[in-house]
Design a protein around this ligand. Structure first.
Ligand code: BG6
Length: 514
């Protein structure tokens, strides 16, 4: 199936997005990610006729199942999580013909040899030409083992030598600090080439995140003022009302800094701060992102304690419901020192941004779910109208709402109708929901299709992930010998600890009220 989409950066031009037939092997296929995200997204692509003919999925996992068991599990998952639920029987029947299962022990070489045989056979039956995607949806501890085993079994082939192509998709967390990320990169790169590796950050699959690039570089209006001369500060907020669900085991080893800042929030910062790429190709875009990350000033020692603050939620009320504190969640130590909130101030030392701070904050169990980037412009130079009402002279704020209520709003002030010059803030608002009469695809739909097409623009390159860890690792190091003395320090359902407010207020600014 050939799909044609508009290239958003070149008005009037279209690009072909034509996935070749391939087989996706999901390692860890019985887990949560496969049920909640991968299979519903693949099915949604099938509904939209975006999957190539013959496309097949092989679940490769420890549990003992046959093809039919797995198909019926997957059908339930799709029914529960697909945006096109309930399942349409005709689409499902043809999609399910391409679903297969192979029971596996990740450490057993024979399982990979059997997998190879199975894939070779499927290539013949389904016309997939040796094109393979290996999707690591497993715990990160087995990433290197699986990569090594795939290599040993001859499952990693190079198109240059007349075989089909092989791609590896790898989920976060990609390492837990700079050293482990570098090690993992070395391990993967001893088996795969960089351009075969697709490191997922699902935020990059979100429409609104991709729109940051379009908004900045397809409009002539904003770019000339997108710099330190006109922008006072940038605030990036990723607030969640949920706690940690049943992910205590993982979250105890991560914390908000690793879980959200190293990945999603630095991605948002990068797209906001980067220079225009010379082309919309994977390396041109990622070169600029890496340059922006390199310019982020590294915080060390005393500066960490000054510019980065952390919090952990205690019991409280969210959405009218009483909720437990973090330390009472399943899988969490009763004296846990893991942070569920972090706020930090970053400076970008380059000509565009020197002197314009970027404030980042993220937390679990906040009053609501909201992710946005707010650009506050410098105040108008002359307060002509100030004498009338000092409070009405507020700066212009451009807010890019990533979720929910996806859209962009610009706060300006306007004259209140009537005698005199009373002024009041008003909003110019663009809402995705009302401007485009179509459903927004899930992040994973876009990303999975990009892997099939071989477009790695929205995936994190080796140097990019290492740069992000370079920013975050000194903070983790400093925290490792300065435990937070006051956890829990915010009640669930509030906007975080006092130190989060102080971080920004000491600069004479406040967090945007959202
Ligand atoms: C994940 C984190 O990567 O992103 C979770 O591990 C977090 O802790 C989630 O809840 C947030 O994603 P989204 O798409 O709901 O904003």
């Amino acid at each position: 199936m050939v799909t044609t989409v508009q290239n958003p950066l070149r008005e009037g031009m279209t690009v072909q997005r034509t996935p070749e037939p391939s087989i996706m092997v999901i390692m860890g296929a019985t887990g949560d990610l496969t049920h909640r995200k991968l299979m519903p997204s693949l099915y949604n692509l099938a509904v939209e006729h975006l999957l190539p003919n013959g496309f097949s999925v092989v679940g490769f996992s420890r549990q003992d199942k046959d093809h039919e068991d797995w198909r019926s599990d997957m059908r339930q998952a799709v029914d529960k999580y697909s945006r096109y639920a309930p399942v349409q029987p005709s689409v499902w029947d043809s999609f399910a013909q391409g679903l297969f299962f192979k029971q596996a022990d990740f450490a057993d070489e024979n399982c990979y040899l059997q997998l190879k045989e199975m894939l070779d056979k499927l290539d013949k039956e389904r016309g997939t030409n040796g094109n393979r995607i290996f999707y690591l949806a497993t715990p990160p501890t087995v990433f290197p083992l699986i990569a090594e085993m795939l290599g040993k079994a001859g499952l990693v082939t190079d198109q240059a030598f007349g075989h089909g192509w092989t791609r590896l998709v790898i989920e976060k967390p990609f390492g837990r600090d700079l050293e482990s990320a570098q090690k993992l990169n070395r391990e993967l790169l001893s088996v795969f080439h960089e351009d075969q590796i697709y490191r997922i950050d699902h935020y990059l699959g979100k429409e609104t995140v991709q729109n940051i690039l379009v908004f900045r570089f397809a409009n002539g209006l904003f770019e000339p003022i997108w710099n330190r001369n006109y922008i006072d500060n940038v605030q990036i907020t990723a607030a969640e009302d949920i706690g940690i669900d049943r992910r205590g085991g993982y979250y105890e080893t991560a914390g908000a800094l690793r879980d959200m800042v190293q990945s999603h929030m630095l991605q948002l910062l990068t797209l906001t701060a980067m220079e225009a790429p010379v082309a919309l190709d994977p390396n041109a875009v990622r070169d600029e992102k890496v340059k922006a990350l390199r310019a982020v000033r590294r915080l060390r020692g005393q500066h960490v304690l000054q510019d980065v603050v952390r919090g952990q939620y205690g019991p409280g009320w969210v959405g009218g419901q009483h909720v437990e504190g973090y330390r009472a969640e399943e899988g969490v130590a009763p004296d846990s020192a893991t942070e569920t909130y972090v706020a930090l101030k970053l400076e970008i030392d380059n000509w565009r941004w020197a002197g314009t701070p970027f404030y980042l904050r993220t937390g679990k169990r906040m009053p609501k779910r909201l992710t946005e980037i707010a650009i506050t412009f410098k105040q108008a130079p002359l307060a002509l109208f100030k004498d009338l009402d000092p409070d009405s002279m507020t700066p212009n704020v451009l807010a890019m709402r990533i979720q929910p209520n996806e859209g962009i709003s610009l706060k300006i002030v306007a004259k209140v109708p009537g005698q005199g010059y009373d002024i009041q803030p008003v909003y110019m608002d663009f809402l995705y929901g009302s401007s485009f009469a179509r459903q927004v695809p899930e992040a994973y739909e876009r990303l999975l299709l990009d892997v099939m097409i071989g477009d790695s623009t929205l995936f994190t390159r080796r140097d990019e992930v290492e740069q992000a860890w370079e920013i975050v690792t000194p903070i983790l190091d400093e925290w490792s010998h300065t435990p937070a003395p006051d956890f829990p320090n915010y009640a669930a359902g509030t906007w975080g600890p006092d130190c989060g407010q102080e971080l920004i207020e000491r600069d004479g600014r406040t967090w945007r009220v959202v």
